[in-house]
Design a binder for this molecule. Structure first.
Ligand code: PEP
Ligand code: MN
Length: 242
C-alpha cells in the first residue's frame, strides 16, 4: 500500500471480485534500506478504514515486536514474513496474541523448520496459524524464487494447519502468477495471496509481480472452477453473489 487512494482503488476492485482478506503492507521489510519502507501506522489507519468501508478482513505484516503491538490493534490477521520466520521472540509474541497469524516460509527454510517456527506460536497458546509457501531460493534464473508446490501435500501430511500459496513472491514475475495460482489450488492449497496493483508499472514495491484488477477477477473465476472439480468451494465475501 502506497497511499489512501491507491489502497482504496485496489480494495474496491478486489472486493468486487470476491476477495475476503485484504493484505496490505504498512511495514515493508525491504532488501535495501533506501527503498520505500511503507506507511507504518498511517498505513494501518488506512487499512482499518478499508475494513470498515469494504467489509474486508485485514491482513498486515509485523516486522518486529513494536510494530506487532500496532498491527494487532488495527488488523484481523498478523503476517510474519519470510525474513522473520525464525525471529523467535517475534514468534513468541505473536503466540500471545488473540489474532490469527499468517506465517510465511523462510527463503531457505525446510518444511521442518517452517513447522517448528509455527510451534513457537502454538506453544504460547495461539492455535490459529496459517502457513504460507512463498517460494525458496534456488539456482534457477527464470524466476525470482522457486515456488515449491510439493510442500503443500507434504505439510498437509504432517500438520493440520491450513496452508496457502503466494505465487507473487513465489515467482516474482507477473506472467507466472496466474498459472501457478491455478496449480496451487489444484494441488490442494487452502488459499492464495496475490499481489494486485492498479498501476503495476508505477508500484513502489514488487510491481513486476503484481497483476491488475481485471486479471485478478479472471483468476478468481478460474480457481472457483478448479476448486469445484476437487469437491471444494471458494468462500467469498457474504455480501456478494458470484
Ligand atoms: C510480502 O508478503 O509482501 C512479503 C514481503 O513477503 P515475504 O515475506 O514472503 O518476502
Ligand atoms: Mn510484496
Amino acid at each position: 500500500m502506497e497511499s489512501r487512494e491507491q489502497t482504496r482503488a485496489v480494495a474496491a476492485s478486489v472486493s468486487a471480485a470476491g476477495e475476503r482478506l485484504f493484505r496490505g503492507g504498512a511495514y515493508k521489510p525491504r532488501t535495501s534500506p533506501y527503498s520505500f519502507q511503507g506507511l507504518a501506522e498511517n498505513g494501518l489507519k488506512i487499512l482499518a478504514e478499508v475494513r470498515q468501508d469494504f467489509g474486508l478482513k485485514i491482513v498486515t505484516e509485523a516486522i518486529d515486536v513494536e510494530s506487532l503491538d500496532l498491527v494487532e490493534r488495527y488488523s484481523d490477521v498478523i503476517q510474519i514474513g519470510a525474513r522473520n520466520m525464525q525471529n523467535f521472540s517475534l514468534l513468541r509474541r505473536a503466540g500471545r496474541s488473540q489474532r490469527p497469524v499468517l506465517l510465511k516460509r523462510g527463503i531457505a527454510a525446510t518444511l521442518d523448520e517452517l513447522l517448528m517456527a509455527a510451534e513457537y506460536i502454538l506453544s504460547e497458546g495461539n492455535y490459529n496459524v496459517i502457513l504460507c509457501e512463498r517460494g525458496i531460493r534456488t539456482f534457477t534464473d527464470h524466476t525470482r524464487n522457486t515456488l515449491d508446490l510439493s510442500v503443500i501435500p507434504a505439510a498437509q501430511r504432517l500438520s493440520h494447519l491450513p496452508i496457502i500459496v503466494d505465487p507473487s513472491h513465489g515467482t516474482g514475475r507477473r506472467e507466472k502468477v496466474i498459472p501457478l495460482s491455478r496449480a496451487a489450488i489444484a494441488v490442494g492449497a487452502d488459499g492464495l495471496m496475490i499481489e494486485v496493483h492498479n498501476q503495476p508499472e508505477m508500484a513502489l514495491s514488487d510491481g513486476n509481480q503484481s497483476i491488475e484488477p481485471p486479471e485478478f477477477e479472471q483468476l478468481m473465476s478460474e480457481i472457483r472452477q478448479i476448486a469445484l472439480v476437487l469437491g471444494r468451494s471458494l468462500t467469498t465475501s457474504s455480501a456478494r453473489t458470484l
